[in-house]
Design a protein around this ligand. Structure first.
Ligand code: BES
Ligand code: MN
Ligand code: MN
Length: 462
């Protein structure tokens, strides 16, 4: 693998330019106005996989956006790595908070990234991280040192819940057969402290609608005598946490996996500065469940958060009105052993039961997924660990993440293989936020580290 570093030096500017081209296409899966762009991105990814040297490349249609599939099979006797990633991105808004056009990528130096970072929607999540794999495989194919088989499955609906990926997997078990699934769609502790993500939280996402009177009313003529659905909704939401920031839904914690004192002590050893955390977010204090540290609160504990809330008059000036309806989008992050469908049912039952008679409540489930944890004694984890050692000179720390990639639990169930999450992003990359970026150092380090994984995995597999 000595020459991966020199291959990167030689092709660095092309690697950056190609990623920039990919980032220019606004593949926002949530907004149908971009549907042609999402398709165009799929075609571009397919073209790039072909150029990288894959023998088979396909745009596989699904009931939604297509899955890009590619493979390079060198010997059926050798193990197969299946790379998963997503080419869709989150909406860019609020657009006015971006310092540059989200789909006109620019390179800027920052304090953390003196080598420069690419600013664009999807730069880190997940176009940049997915494309590291395309370039790493290009290097191995062009230099005749791909040690095993590789398959790619790059989807276009991750940011909207991967509704059709289950459909695709069910119909393509043979095609997707593999010995390990490799994903770069998470982060690491810092540039100095590599880490491997060993857990993801599950998710239950619901929308609620509270209806009061049959029409908007004059707030003077009716105010005080008729329930205001916004007031009621806020009260109901507030009651979902108690004074210890514990979630009050009956049964919510019944199946939550409790970590041992040793496991929690091991977690606490990962380098972390609460002061830096607070100053990076410009907050005076953190907030969360009593009895848990910040890193526990955002990884091994379940949560309930309002993602959006609306209703009534929000235009210019004032309008005196009691609205007929109020709405909220609510997500619950789940941990191992909580079942997302069960939690969704518990939420619905509870939310309906706390509604006073003066309003009616409707709860609509959106999407969800199970949490995931992976052991560190698998050959996949060991290969990843050795790969980081080779390029960072340090053993990576296993760490659970608070984010979700709901499809990972399904991979294990349907494809019966373990997933290794080799993320190269940083918390400061602002994924899903304005001014998302990905450090060029991180991008190139990812490309450099990935071929080592293939080598060690193939060796350990024997
Ligand atoms: N790549 C993220 C998930 C992630 C980021 C996990 C960083 C760990 C560290 C993924 O694209 C994502 O945003 N997932 C969504 C869930 C999905 C169902 C919309 C999430 O976590 O909100
Ligand atoms: Mn992602
Ligand atoms: Mn995302």
């Amino acid at each position: 693998m000595e020459n991966i570093a020199s291959y990167i030096r030689e092709h660095k500017s092309r690697f950056i330019d190609e990623l920039i081209d990919l980032l220019r296409i606004p593949s926002v899966s949530a907004d149908s106005a971009y549907s042609q762009d999402v398709w165009n991105t799929a075609k571009k990814v397919e073209e790039k996989l072909k150029e990288a040297g894959c023998d088979v490349t396909e745009i596989c249609e699904t009931p939604g956006y297509p899955v890009v599939y590619a493979e390079k099979i060198i010997d059926p006797e050798l193990p197969t790595v299946l790379v998963y990633g997503h080419y869709d991105v989150q909406p860019a808004d609020p657009i006015e908070l971006w310092n540059s056009d989200p789909f006109e990528p620019i390179i800027k130096k920052t304090e953390l990234h003196p080598e420069g970072a690419i600013f664009a929607r999807g730069a880190c999540d997940d176009k940049g991280q997915m494309y590291m794999h395309v370039k790493a495989v290009e290097y191995m194919i062009k230099n005749n040192n791909l040690p095993c088989n590789v398959k790619f499955m790059i989807e276009g609906e991750e940011e909207v819940g991967s509704a059709n990926l289950g459909w695709f997997i069910e119909r393509n078990h043979d095609k997707l057969k593999n010995d390990v699934i490799l994903i770069s769609d998470t982060g690491m502790i810092s540039k100095e402290t590599p880490s491997i993500t060993t857990g993801l939280r599950g998710l239950s996402y619901v929308e609620v609608e509270v209806t009061g009177p049959n029409r908007d009313l004059h707030s003077g003529l009716y105010g005080g005598a008729v329930a205001n659905p916004i007031n009621i909704l806020n009260k109901m939401i507030a009651s979902l946490h108690d004074e210890n920031n514990h979630i009050t839904i009956p049964g919510f914690y019944d199946k939550v996996e409790e970590l041992s004192t040793e496991e929690r002590a091991a977690m606490a050893e990962a380098p972390f500065s609460l002061d830096n955390y607070k100053s990076a977010l410009n907050i005076k204090d953190v907030h969360g469940e009593k009895g848990y540290t910040t890193n526990e609160r955002n990884s091994i504990r379940p949560t309930l958060d309002v993602n959006g809330i609306w209703g009534g008059y929000i235009g210019e000036g004032a309008k005196t009105v009691i609205p007929s309806k109020a709405f909220a989008k609510i997500s619950m992050r789940l941990v191992p052993d909580q079942d997302w469908q069960e939690i969704t049912t518990l939420f619905k039952k509870h939310f309906e039961s706390i509604a006073p008679d003066c309003v009616t409540v409707k709860v609509t489930p959106h999407h969800g997924g199970q949490a995931y944890v992976t052991p560190i004694d698998s050959i996949g984890y060991q290969a990843a660990s050795k790969a980081y050692e080779a390029t960072f000179g340090k053993t990576p720390i296993p760490q659970r993440s608070g984010g979700s990639i709901p499809i990972v639990a399904l991979f294990e169930k349907e494809l019966e293989s373990k997933t290794i999450l080799m993320g190269f992003g940083l918390d400061s990359d602002a994924i899903h936020s304005p001014n998302e970026h990905f450090g060029i150092w991180n991008y190139l380090k990812g490309i450099e580290t990935i071929p080592h994984f293939y080598k060690y995995f193939t060796e350990l597999y024997k």
